[in-house]
Design a protein around this ligand. Structure first.
Ligand code: GLC
Length: 436
């Protein structure tokens, strides 16, 4: 066994981090897949513990676990069609059931129904050109040491060895893996108790390019705000979102539908992530047989169609803009790293054929509708850039979310000087701005 001290581990991993993160920062959009025994219960992925099933009772669901042929292919095909660049599968959720042919955990899909879902998933990811993420829970409700590890040293050692053995299988037997997505470092409260430094050090040796998220009590490569697109400072981040705000695991589609996100809402999440320096990992919770929940299909297809025409405003290592270049809400912006190209993403189309953008001090050399390449008329009116003679209806027919591409000669000449002092960060205190 190889060991490493904290300082050296951080030095090594930090040095290589920018290189490891390169593809991830450009990818912007990934698909999360929560699939396991809980999919049969259709009441959320925490139902084993929330509904207080005994371990024995819950094991019955392993006997009836019956993924249909080709379900992993279906997920990955959908991810690709939606414009996602990577996918992350719950290989073993908190209920402790492994979705692969594990030698260290007999409670696994191969032993119960002869299926290695991880193999099917990794094959499908490669077939559709998706980078591969494997989710791995630290908390385990099935393993006898999963709780005892918090107060019994021997149990702790057995359990951390078990966690390492599981992940060693995942990272040794399925080719190149791009992300190790840990979850729920419970019940132990520190990275030392979980032995995360040594384990991650050894696991990284198996997959030198692999990214690790921040859920093993170490910050590692990226942060993971959950079920809310909350930009993070100081480190790269990926917001993971359910499809409906209420569950990661499958819910009855009819009942889930009113809670589910529309294509417009998903596109808005993607835009928010791209403009604030992060990724979106959007979940689907497949049904008991592994099929994609109906309510997700059309929105995802629409997102894919929109991205196929407007991807330039999303993919790639964008400069962080927030909504600064536009105002907020209705219009959002992303920008290329050289800041000479800015994409204005409009959600509510102006009925008068005029879109006014505050804050631009200089004219762009060119404005086009990104999806069609058509030129847009514009003029600078001293204190705002005006896009004019716009058509009656939004050119974007997929989601009513039209992107304008604005090209400048220089870095975006933007300075939000408002007539309204509350917009000026406390500047222009005199309050006597001339209004023309
Ligand atoms: C939480 C939940 C879990 C879900 C995960 C996704 O930690 O416990 O059910 O898989 O978030 O981010």
């Amino acid at each position: 066994m190889e060991y490493i001290d904290r300082k050296t581990y951080f030095e090594i991993t930090e040095k290589e981090r920018p290189r490891r993160l390169e593809w991830f920062k450009k990818a912007r959009f990934g698909m999360f897949i929560h699939y396991s025994l809980f999919s049969q219960l259709a009441m959320g992925e925490w139902c084993m513990s929330q509904q207080n099933y005994t371990v024995k009772e819950y094991e019955e669901f392993a006997k009836s676990f019956a993924p249909k042929e080709g379900c992993a292919d279906e997920w990955c095909r959908m991810a690709k069609e939606a414009g996602a660049k990577y996918a992350v599968l719950t290989t073993r959720h908190h209920e402790g059931f492994s979705l692969w042919n594990s030698k260290v955990n007999p409670y696994n899909s191969y032993n119960y129904c002869g299926r290695d879902i991880v193999k099917e998933f990794t094959d499908a990811c490669r077939k559709y050109g998706l980078k591969i993420g494997l989710y791995s829970s630290l908390m385990d409700w099935h393993h006898p040491d999963g709780w005892r590890c918090a107060f019994d040293q021997d149990a702790r050692r057995r359990f951390t060895d078990y966690i390492e053995a599981l992940n060693t299988e995942l990272l040794s037997n399925y080719g190149k893996i791009d992300i190790l997505w840990y979850d729920m470092p419970f019940p132990m409260g520190s990275s030392d108790a979980w032995d995360s430094i040594n384990r991650n050090y050894r696991l990284r040796k198996l997959q030198p390019d692999m990214l690790i998220n921040n859920r093993s009590k170490l910050q590692e490569d990226f942060l993971t705000p959950e079920d809310s697109v909350t930009p993070q400072d100081g480190a790269y981040w990926e917001a993971c979102m359910t499809f409906n705000g209420i569950s990661w695991g499958y819910l009855d589609s009819k009942q889930a539908l009113p809670y589910s996100y529309s294509a417009q809402q998903i596109i808005q999440m993607i835009n928010k992530c791209s403009s604030r320096g992060g990724n979106l990992l959007l979940n689907i919770g497949p049904k008991a047989d592994g099929s994609i929940p109906e309510e997700a299909v059309e929105p995802l297809r629409t997102v894919g169609r929109w991205l196929s025409e407007n991807g330039d405003a999303v993919y790639g290592n964008k400069a962080i803009t927030g909504s600064n270049y536009t105002g907020c809400g209705v219009n959002m912006a992303t920008a290329e790293p050289d800041k000479k190209t800015v994409y204005i993403i409009n959600r509510i189309w102006p009925s008068n054929g005029v879109l006014q953008l505050g804050g631009y001090k200089q004219e762009p050399k060119k404005v086009t509708v990104l999806s069609t390449g058509e030129n847009v008329d514009f003029k600078l009116d001293g204190h705002r850039l005006i896009l004019e003679n716009l058509p009656k209806e939004a050119p974007d027919k997929h989601a009513g979310t039209t992107v304008f591409k604005m090209e400048f000669d220089c870095e975006i000449p933007y300075e939000y000087i408002s007539y309204y002092p509350h917009m000026n960060n406390g500047q222009n205190k005199s309050g006597d701005l001339v209004q023309n």
